[in-house]
Write a protein that binds this ligand. Structure first.
Ligand SMILES: *Cc1c(COP(=O)(O)O)cnc(C)c1O
Length: 219
């Protein structure tokens, strides 16, 4: 199952990269395994995937013993992180894509483990969405750069949901512009239904769950 779905997703990525005149090797496929059991991670690893995204520290803590032996796997936290869970997160994950405050950055730094960091940016006015306001970026970037254990790689965003990917394009474009403005190369944007648009706008990491593992039962 995963093998065929993975081939389809890879083909979508390649076609979109080709249209945009980009090298598909510059685009990381992050397999989003939230809600799915550890066996899904193992199957995806066997199929060749190496980067995995999880949303909840506690959920991943439960799966971790079953995937800890996957030596080349890299685990990314892509859900909101409360600072009281930062220690556990720093132990379990290689990358935190959702840093949105200087306080959280400092808490992660204090854990003493090297971590790749993306700053989550909130580009819409939706109440519920996590992420830093673009106006806060200079301060946040300065704070992360002062943290010796954190390696600032880029930006991440989660635009308002839209079935049609086209209305999402301006959000992706805006994230790319912010990356250019601040000299941050990694752009984590695009999911199962809009990864093509995200790649056309410069995504270096697409976060794909449903298209690889099927529909999630609950969240
Ligand atoms: C669940 C999730 C995804 C994956 O979404 P799909 O539509 O299943 O591909 C990507 N990014 C984040 C932050 C998510 O929470």
């Amino acid at each position: 199952m995963i093998v065929e779905r993975l081939a389809e997703v890879r083909e979508r990525i390649e076609r979109a990269a080709e249209r945009a005149g980009r090298d598909p090797a510059g685009i990381t496929l992050l397999a989003v395994t939230k809600v799915f059991p550890a066996t899904a991670i193992r199957e995806a690893y066997a199929a060749g995937l190496r980067d995995f995204g999880e949303n909840y520290v506690q959920e991943f803590e439960g799966k971790y013993p079953e995937v800890a032996d996957l030596g080349e796997a890299r685990f990314h936290l892509i859900g909101h992180l409360q600072s009281n869970k930062s220690k556990k997160a720093a132990e379990l994950f290689h990358a935190i894509q959702t840093v949105d405050s200087a306080k959280l950055a400092r808490r992660l730094d204090e854990c003493g483990r090297p971590l790749d960091i993306l700053l989550e940016v909130k580009l819409s006015a939706e109440e519920a969405k996590a992420g830093a306001d673009p106006a806060e970026l200079p301060e946040l970037i300065a704070a992360v750069k002062q943290c010796p254990n954190l390696r600032l790689r880029g930006l991440m965003t989660m635009p308002p949901w839209s079935d049609d990917p086209e209305p999402t394009r301006p959000y992706f474009r805006r994230l790319r512009e912010l990356g250019e403005q601040y000299g941050l190369g990694e752009l984590s944007m695009g999911m199962s239904h809009d990864l093509e648009v995200a790649i056309e706008e410069g995504a270096t990491c697409v976060r794909v769950g449903t298209a690889l593992f099927g529909k999630r039962k609950k969240e």
